[in-house]
Design a protein around this ligand. Structure first.
Ligand SMILES: [Zn+2]
Length: 219
């Protein structure tokens, strides 16, 4: 059986390998001799259309990356009884790498937010074991959108919730002690970005104006 998508990946790797010794990768190969030291951390959705490294033309070694369903950050919660994937990545990024910027990248047509908005807790084959409780991290965003925009259609509310959920994650970010202290010491900045897949536009949340503005206008 030939899987074209898989073959394309291998071809892509062939291209990478052929260029690996070129100047383009000199900087990266320097990192191979020492520990990584990315200055930026990004938390993005697992969605296959939203790849931060492609979107920003970041190089190897530039971005410490986390992908999860709906790019959510849970609140800080101690406990050894559960598996805190995103929280452990945050801990490493702050306490070891000491990243200077954290960008949470949301996007349009997010399946995770759609699941939250549609109360999807069942599939044809049974019940979601993990997705339903996971997306509840953004339950507050859903409630806010439904109570503030009752006149909007369900589709419009879902889009609003994609953005509102980013603000919940920003808020949760500050519940982590090392994030809070890095922010207080001026060593860290946090950002919420929203990528519109259809137009290719990225918007950043502006705290002072309390709205999302085009990223390229903010530079
Ligand atoms: Zn998504």
């Amino acid at each position: 059986m030939k899987n074209e998508a898989f073959s394309n990946l291998v071809e892509g790797y062939r291209h990478f390998r052929n260029n690996y010794l070129s100047e383009q990768y000199v900087a990266y190969r320097l990192w191979a001799t020492k520990s990584q030291k990315p200055r930026i951390m990004m938390i993005a959705c697992s969605d296959s259309r939203v790849n931060p490294v492609i979107l920003t033309h970041a190089g190897l070694g530039d971005v410490f990356m986390v992908n999860n369903v709906a790019n959510l950050i849970p609140p800080y919660k101690e406990g050894k009884d559960t598996h805190h994937s995103t929280s452990s990545a945050l801990e490493f990024a702050l306490t070891e790498l000491e990243v200077e910027e954290i960008i949470i990248l949301g996007h349009s047509q997010c399946g995770g937010i759609k699941a939250l908005m549609n109360d999807i807790n069942k599939t044809a084959s049974g019940t979601y074991s993990f997705i339903e409780p996971w997306v509840q991290i953004a339950a507050k965003a859903k409630e806010k959108v439904q109570s503030n925009y009752p006149e909007c259609s369900h589709a419009e509310q879902t889009t609003l919730c994609e953005k509102e959920a980013l603000l919940v994650s920003l808020e949760n970010l500050e519940t982590f002690p090392w994030v809070k202290s890095a922010l207080e010491q001026g060593k860290l900045r946090t950002h919420a970005w929203y990528f519109d897949i259809g137009s290719g536009d990225i918007y950043e949340y502006n705290v002072d104006k309390a709205c999302f503005l085009p990223l390229l206008d903010m530079e």
